[in-house]
Write a protein that binds this ligand. Structure first.
Ligand code: NAP
Ligand code: GCO
Length: 265
């Protein structure tokens, strides 16, 4: 094995929803390995915020505005990238939302919205990039799953259903397109400190840690929340030639939480 197998020089990567958070950290990791970075977000403000943040890291990223749930916008996004940058070699389906609502209080519309972004959109994105990958003779798709691809918890029924489905979509893309030298794998982050989980880490009025924060620390062998940067190395591995025989796998990057029953209270 040659360490150049971990390099991404000459590769075009699209990371969805990557103006900040996990997507941004993953994109920075891919850039450090040599990839050209394309990202999209929903609003001009976030696109500009992202471009400035990448520039600060010395990364000359290509930013686009596209709603990943909209097939027409996704088709135009991929077409624009192919014309301006090149065929997409690496797709990271990162864009995602969560709505923490007890199931009996959750509307079907809210449930559908979460599934639309977290499951239907990765399908739409993969459909849009696979033809170019087949033409090129290789491709990497990385779906950002979750611990909730394996476990449920109160108030996250839509999110867990979507991320569980995303795990199986990952395995199905791997099964259907592996013969074209396309590898589709998932990354399952544990609890990561980003805006999405900020409400779970909110300090209490008396200054003490949020009960959920304390719970996660006790449940995680690493005894800490993950940082978005913890996901960059695993993403580089799954985006590189070093993982060409890894397909349909969900790589959990969770500090060991899925392996651990939890500290005795
Ligand atoms: P985040 O901070 O909420 O960022 C999500 C990003 O996705 C934002 O840039 C958001 O854009 C974008 N986005 C949302 N809907 C979109 C749409 N329809 N089209 C295009 N972009 C859209 O989330 P995060 O914590 O970085 O999480 C990123 C991914 O990791 C998600 O799939 C999440 O489910 C998953 N994950 C997170 C954790 C965690 O603990 N944080 C753990 C496991 C998995 P706007 O800001 O414009 O809305
Ligand atoms: C929650 C959290 C989790 C994390 C992540 C865990 O409310 O339980 O938001 O869902 O986002 O998905 O892997």
């Amino acid at each position: 094995m040659d360490m150049k197998d971990f390099r991404l020089d000459g590769k075009v990567a699209l990371v969805t929803g990557a103006s900040y958070g996990i997507g941004f950290a993953i994109a920075c990791g891919l850039a450090a390995a040599g990839a050209t970075i394309c990202f999209n977000d929903l609003t001009p403000a976030h696109k500009e915020k992202g471009l400035a943040a990448y520039k600060e890291k010395g990364i000359d990223a290509h930013g686009y505005i596209a709603d990943v749930t909209d097939e027409e916008q996704v088709a135009n996004l991929v077409k624009q990238i192919e014309e301006e940058v090149g065929t997409i070699d690496i797709l990271v389906n990162n864009a995602g939302i969560i709505k923490r609502i007890p199931m009996l209080d959750m509307s079907a519309a809210d449930f559908r919205k979460v599934v639309d972004v977290d499951l239907n959109a990765p399908f739409i994105m993969a459909k849009a990039v696979i033809p170019g990958m087949i033409k090129k003779g290789h491709g990497k798709i990385i779906n950002i799953c979750s611990m909730m691809s394996e476990l449920g918890r109160e108030t996250v029924s839509a999110y867990a259903a979507a991320k569980g489905g995303l795990k199986m979509l990952t395995k199905n893309i791997a099964s259907e397109y592996g013969e074209y030298n396309i590898q589709c794998n998932g990354i399952g982050p544990g609890y990561i400190a980003t805006p999405q989980t900020a409400p779970l880490r909110e300090p209490q009025p008396d200054g003490s840690r949020h009960p959920f924060d304390q719970f996660i620390i006790a449940k995680t062998p690493a005894a800490r929340w993950g940082e978005a940067e913890d996901l960059a190395g695993p993403a580089v591995f799954l985006a590189s030639d070093a993982s060409n025989f890894v397909n349909g796998h969900i790589l959990y990057v969770d500090g060991g939480i899925l392996a651990y029953i939890g500290k005795q209270p």
